[in-house]
Design a protein around this ligand. Structure first.
Ligand code: GAL
Length: 374
């Protein structure tokens, strides 16, 4: 959980933005809610290596990366950087190809805790998996624990091999946009098939949260007016159900109240962070009048079950049901139902629960056996 600079700032990221964002994460309570990583994406590097060494852009990062990392650590954050498996990053800055071990050592010396590793400008004929392995092994040997985040956009099925080269998470898709279609493609479509490959220490990454962007940000991510609040709720609920990394991409300094409340929702975060780490599965698609509703669920460590009732269409107040039988439970079971996002007890239910869900919205539920209630 954390923040990444790309969605909003793209190539404009600098030290001031990073420091102001970290301060805002403290002030808003997002750090306390669990958003621990402050990650700088592409464009922190100088335009060229110096004497073979990767260096930061000293005009944008006046106090230098090690000082910035130390200050963030002092505030209670972990610190992330970005590099690339090819000769250049996707933004054309120097990549780590051929310098993997020395770059990993430099990251360790600078106090880096997280590395996002991208997939542009690979030398022709080389298997990208080998290059990810090289960096994964270099990080293991660099003398500091650095979380390895593989970003090869799902091209060569990283869910099959990225964990074996040391990655704790891997992108399953191309870049997300602040658009409903993009949430559907990166999230609902891909996660439905890929849930079985994730688990503790190995997570499917459908890219950053667009929650709260409202169409403001990096041109490559923003396309129009942005999503509705309902669509943001759906993205957040799905990423939580899927156990996917929660990286905020919005400008935290200017986050609207609804988005801040959503991102801080303790019940949803507890589902995302549940220690069993069993990613949610899609257990039903209901079609009505040409529009779908989807039901997702995941078991939680305390014996309760998280369920998402998603209205994928536009119809307001559509009925979406989850039957106990589809959850593998006896039809006669009595379950207490809680609306997690709105924090409301919806009472005791038998056989099934039916919610009324607006277009592109979600009802995120937690179902408990009565005996688990205190
Ligand atoms: C893309 C990557 C984005 C962002 C960008 C930076 O390849 O998918 O998330 O990191 O490069 O140039």
């Amino acid at each position: 959980m954390g923040w990444n600079s790309w969605n909003t700032f793209g190539s404009e990221v600098d030290e001031i933005v990073v420091r102001e964002t970290a301060a805002a994460m403290m002030d808003t309570g997002l750090l306390d809610a669990g958003y621990r990583f402050v990650n700088i994406d592409d464009f922190w590097q100088a335009e060229a290596r110096k004497d073979g060494r990767l260096i930061w852009d000293s005009e944008k990062f006046l106090s230098g990366i090690p000082r910035l990392a130390a200050d963030l650590h002092g505030m209670g954050f972990s610190f992330g950087l970005y590099s690339c498996a090819g000769t250049h990053t996707c933004g054309g800055r120097p990549g780590s190809y051929g310098h993997e071990a020395e770059d990993a050592k430099a990251f360790a010396e600078w106090g880096v805790d997280f590395l996002k590793y991208d997939n542009c400008y690979l030398p022709p004929g080389l298997d990208g998996r080998l290059l990810f392995r090289r960096m994964g092994m270099s990080l293991l040997g660099c003398g500091r624990p650095i979380l390895f985040s593989a970003c090869e956009w799902g091209r060569s099925e990283p869910w099959l091999w990225a964990a074996s080269v040391g990655a704790s998470m891997w992108r399953i898709s191309g870049d997300i946009d602040d658009r409903w279609d993009s949430i559907v493609e990166n999230g609902f479509r891909l996660l439905a098939d890929l849930a079985p490959y994730a688990g503790p220490g190995r997570w499917n990454d459908p890219d950053m949260l667009v929650v709260g962007m409202h169409g403001v940000g990096n041109d490559e991510v923003v396309d129009g007016t942005g999503c509705t609040d309902a669509e943001y709720r759906s993205q957040f609920a799905l990423w939580c159900l899927a156990s996917s990394p929660l990286f905020i991409g919005a400008d935290i300094r200017n986050l609207d109240k609804k988005s801040l409340d959503l991102l801080s929702n303790t019940g949803a975060i507890a589902i995302n962070q549940d220690v069993l780490g069993i990613p949610g599965r899609r257990i039903g698609i209901h079609e009505h009048g040409g529009e779908n509703a989807e039901v997702w669920s995941r078991p939680l460590a305390d014996g309760s079950i998280a369920v998402g009732l998603f209205n994928m269409g536009n119809q307001a107040g559509r009925r979406v049901s989850v039957a106990w039988e589809s959850l593998g439970l006896d039809v006669g079971t009595s379950l207490r139902v809680r609306d997690v996002l709105d924090d409301i007890d919806l009472g005791l239910h038998h056989h099934e629960f039916t919610g009324f869900v607006d277009g592109h919205d979600v009802m995120l539920l937690q179902l408990r056996h009565e005996k688990n209630m205190n």
